[in-house]
Design a protein around this ligand. Sequence first.
Ligand code: KG4
Ligand code: ZN
Length: 381
Amino acid sequence: MSSPPYILGIESSCDETACALVDRQGAVKVNAVASQVDLHARFGGVVPEVAARRHIETCLPLITEALRESQTDWSEISAIAVTQGPGLIGCLLIGVETAKALAWRHDKPLIAVHHLQAHLHAPFLRPEKPEQTHLLIEDGKDFSAIPFDDGEREFAGGAPAPRRIARPEFPHVGLIVSGGHTSLVWVESPGKCATLASTRDDAVGEAYDKVARILGIGFPGGPAVDQRAPLGNPNHFLFKTPMSHPDADGFSFSGLKSAVARRVEELKSGIPNPQSLPEGTIRDLCAGFQAAAIEALLSKSLTAAEERDTNDLLIVGGVASNRGLRRSARKIGPRGLRVWFPHFSLCTDNAAMIAGLAWHIKPLSGDEALNLNPSASLPLD
Ligand code: KG4
Ligand code: ZN
């Protein structure tokens, strides 16, 4: 008898409670995300204790509702996968304990998944809806990529770019850019990677969030900055690209954020109403900050891809949603390099990436499963 078709994934490492159903090929049947953005917006950042309490309220109802809406029976689920780390410990704990309880209650194997390895798996998934495709940039041109075609799906309403059935090859270079992490990694196979470089201080998403807070344009900062940057002049306020020297190891975004903060202070001291800067100035600051951040990310990624002689560069995590980053990747890709961005629904935290990668990981058995503990700083390699 063949095994049930889906793995149920659970993700709760930060401020998104998420569950998903993904089949063995990586086709996403359900990708449910309950975001806590509104809850944390008034604090200008994620408050760990508040986030954990919301996970408690949301986790089980979200799963129950997802199974009910998708008419999925427990008999169709072969295993339960959960984010073990890294992340906020109180938040991880809720997902892990929920997964353990469900695995025990429904007699299913439990699979522990590394959150960052899962982000790297996003481009291998077939998103829920036919019009949701990954972005593949090859020789400066855009393609709407899906990793495989099972012959059942048609694009609704036409694709924005030519459709390509394609997936990245192993080994490849991955750039993980999120609110908590900025790492360049060498990926040998699903879930097996080695870190090449990391941030020395702030993650790039964290820098976006802090810059947005300094400018008073909302939380999360990434989308707020991303929206304004194309409307501003990136050359009006020039910020130095961090760690731009070819010998400089790793990334750094805290200095760039401080440079924006200092500029804002100077600008405010010269205007009658220092509470708010003119919208045009805010746009120029966003454009200048974003240009420097993107240059830092892409130059190191391209060097790593060239040095390692790989054809594929994957850019994943919340900041991979950034439209400026996607635009810039078109301009500077050397010939032959394919740059991949997951569909937006799979960039920010989600459980589909957890369930998808879980198909490649050995399940825990018996006591191992019941003794699983979350880890706030689970190492990547
Ligand atoms: O991967 P993610 O959902 O959570 C973590 O694992 O951290 O990433 C969240 C981060 C936040 O810092 C958010 O500001 C950033 O991703 N982000 C963006 C954009 N959308 C989300 N940053 C830049 N541009 C965006 N469009
Ligand atoms: Zn994440």
